[in-house]
Design a protein around this ligand. Structure first.
Ligand SMILES: [Zn+2]
Length: 395
């Protein structure tokens, strides 16, 4: 446990042992040959490092896909993964009026989840108390020793500066601006804390467990009552110098448009999120609807609701085409509850993307086309992804 903690928290990222541990932490289960290919290390170097890691039981053989494949011919390649006994991690998502926590082991198995309501504009002290209580509850319920906890990853609703972990801005928790994530939490919790932006954490969840598993380059767009996003290059989130990379919701499309909560005008979030959809649905039905109730109306074929979805998908598809023209990514993952809107949403979005982007599907062999797919997680993606922050040792 101590060895794994040292490698994740303090290891030299260029050291072969550290690179292998970080790769297994991100990918789950791999063969020695796959590790050599993915790290670019010589097979002999990988073999020596794996020998040390297996002797210390940090890495163990696993029943991964390489061993269980029915199509395997001859001797199966042995899969290796981090020893689940080597430690546990907790992921935290800070929501406007609640805090969500997930506990997982280092082999990516989710062990427990909790959510606690808190008052709006809660302080760091209230957050620490709530997180501490939920950890005690989860670990007590599982009969797990808290000494196994390698670290806590916290998904924050706003950009976090990569160089020093300082919260740059947040419309959900404005009083937290200027605070340093690790200091805030380590003052109130006796654990190592890794902090990051919530959309970046969602992208890590999709990369580790979901729709982008095995894909090293993709664009993530989270569309819900707001729009966030992330840029993933070579298996890492590109954060930008101030942590604002991938904040696609605040691309200003109309300089004279409506005022956005970010202080700019005419942002994509105002016209392409589920906010304008729910506002119009409220007028149509004469009452407040939840997003899930609205999705039920769409699924049951309500013509007005389906038209609202088509219109907002057109708007997002056009904006996404601009993003696609910049990155030409192999994959675009749509997260948030928009991912649950089904074909009426994705067909229109994909058509508008095709119309406005530079590289057209119709001119491109299928293996080189940009795929646009719904994300796997609509609710707990950020708290799951925050576990990824710990496993990647990102601070
Ligand atoms: Zn904005």
């Amino acid at each position: 446990m101590t060895e794994l903690y040292d490698i994740l928290a303090n290891g030299n990222p260029n050291d072969p042992t550290s690179r292998i541990v970080r790769l297994l932490a991100q990918k789950g289960s791999l063969s020695a040959a796959q590790i050599a290919t993915m790290t670019g290390l010589a097979k002999s170097t990988v073999s020596v490092a794996l020998g040390q890691l297996r002797n210390s039981e940090t890495v163990i053989p696993s029943s991964g896909p390489n061993e269980t494949s029915k199509n395997a011919v001859g001797r199966p390649r042995a899969s290796l993964s981090l020893n689940p006994q080597a430690g546990t991690c907790v992921g935290v998502q800070l929501l406007p009026q609640s805090i969500r926590t997930v506990a997982a082991d280092v082999s990516h198995a989710v062990l427990a989840e909790r959510e606690q309501q808190v008052r709006r504009d809660y302080s760091p002290e209230i957050a620490c108390e709530a997180i501490g209580r939920m950890i005690d509850d989860m670990y007590g319920g599982l009969g797990l020793n808290r000494n196994t906890l390698l670290g806590i990853g916290v998904a924050f609703p706003g950009p976090v500066r990569p160089a020093d972990g300082v919260i740059v801005r947040s419309s959900v928790l404005p009083d937290w601006e200027g605070l340093q994530m690790a200091k805030v939490f380590e003052a109130g919790l006796p654990y190592t804390v890794f902090g990051g932006n919530e959309s970046n954490c969602s992208a890590i969840a999709e990369m580790t467990w979901g729709a982008a598993k095995g894909i090293d380059d993709f664009i993530f767009l989270k569309i819900d009552l707001g729009i966030g996003g992330a840029i993933v290059v070579d298996g890492r989130v590109y954060e930008g110098i101030s942590g604002g990379g991938g904040e696609f919701g605040h691309i200003s499309l109309d300089p004279k448009g409506e005022l956005c909560r970010c202080g700019n005008r005419g942002c994509l979030e105002l016209i392409g999120s589920l906010i304008p959809v729910m506002d119009t649905a409220r007028i149509r039905f004469g009452k407040d609807l939840t997003v899930d109730e609205f999705i039920e109306h769409v699924d049951s074929g309500d013509a007005g609701c389906r038209r609202l979805v088509e219109d907002v998908a057109d708007t997002v598809g056009t904006a996404l085409a601009a993003i696609g023209t910049i990155f030409n990514p192999p994959l675009i993952v749509i997260g948030g509850r928009a991912a649950k809107l089904g074909s009426v949403y994705f067909d229109n979005l994909t058509n508008m993307y095709e119309r406005h982007t530079l590289i057209k599907r119709r001119d491109t062999p299928s293996e080189f086309q940009t795929r646009i797919v719904p994300g796997t997680f609509a609710g707990n993606d950020s708290s799951l992804g925050a576990i990824g922050l710990v496993l990647q040792g990102t601070n």
